[in-house]
Design a protein around this ligand. Structure first.
Ligand code: IMP
Length: 203
């Protein structure tokens, strides 16, 4: 089945197309359709924002659309930046400037516990909706480590693998990340949906 991705973030695109391909989903990029839909994230929850993005893209393309809304929740900051992770520090900052700002906000803080959260939403032209979520627990490193990945990857440390996301291979990150877990949960919902609708999906 072809599903349009409601995101322009190259890091998300790469992770989602790899994982979804294994489920028999062919991810179509908006650029493949000559489209570039920007959706204002006015929701107050990850789920609301994920739905806003998927719904807008489904309406524009009349194809099933899938989105991810994700963010970082830091215990010592009472769960911030949360849904505002992409805008942390205001408009116009680079990923590096944003994570450096987060590191300064935690200067002298010994409680480094943090959680990456992802909500996946898939909306079909019939109006039917599937959502799923995933969380990855970790800590905020004291300094950035690693070269790979995107966004806050260099400062998100996962004790289980003793690495930051930016030090992991794509396979390692996709085995434990918030997005991979949300997509695995989405897969169960999607299989159930396809069975009910008698839709055959090749793997
Ligand atoms: P969204 O596009 O509104 O969902 O924003 C997600 C924010 O969280 C962006 O700032 C991303 O860089 C960040 N983010 C989400 N997932 C990851 C990840 O896996 N690694 C690093 N940063 C991430």
């Amino acid at each position: 089945m072809k599903i349009v991705l409601a995101s322009h973030n190259p890091g998300k695109m790469k992770e989602m197309s790899t994982i979804l391909a294994a489920f028999g989903v062919e991810l179509v990029l908006q650029s493949d359709l000559g489209m570039h839909i920007e959706v204002e994230e006015t929701g107050t929850t990850f789920r609301e924002n994920a739905l806003l993005k998927a719904q807008a893209v489904m309406k524009a393309t009349q194809m099933p659309a899938i989105s991810d809304d994700s963010g970082l929740m830091v215990d010592a900051l009472n769960g911030a930046p949360g849904v505002y992770t992409a805008r942390y520090g205001g408009e116009g900052l680079s990923d590096t400037e944003r994570y450096r700002l987060l590191l300064s906000a935690l200067t002298g803080q010994t409680n480094r516990a943090a959680h990456f959260y992802s909500c996946i939403a898939c909306v079909f032209p019939t109006g039917e909706v599937l959502t799923a979520q995933g969380v990855c627990d970790g800590t905020i490193a004291f300094a950035p480590i690693g070269e790979d990945g995107f966004g806050y990857d260099p400062i998100f440390f996962v004790p289980k693998l003793r690495k930051t996301f930016a030090q992991m291979t794509a396979e390692e990150k996709n085995s434990i990340s918030h997005r991979a877990k949300a997509l695995a949960a989405f897969h169960s919902e999607f299989e159930k949906y396809c069975r009910e609708k008698n839709i055959h999906v090749d793997k």
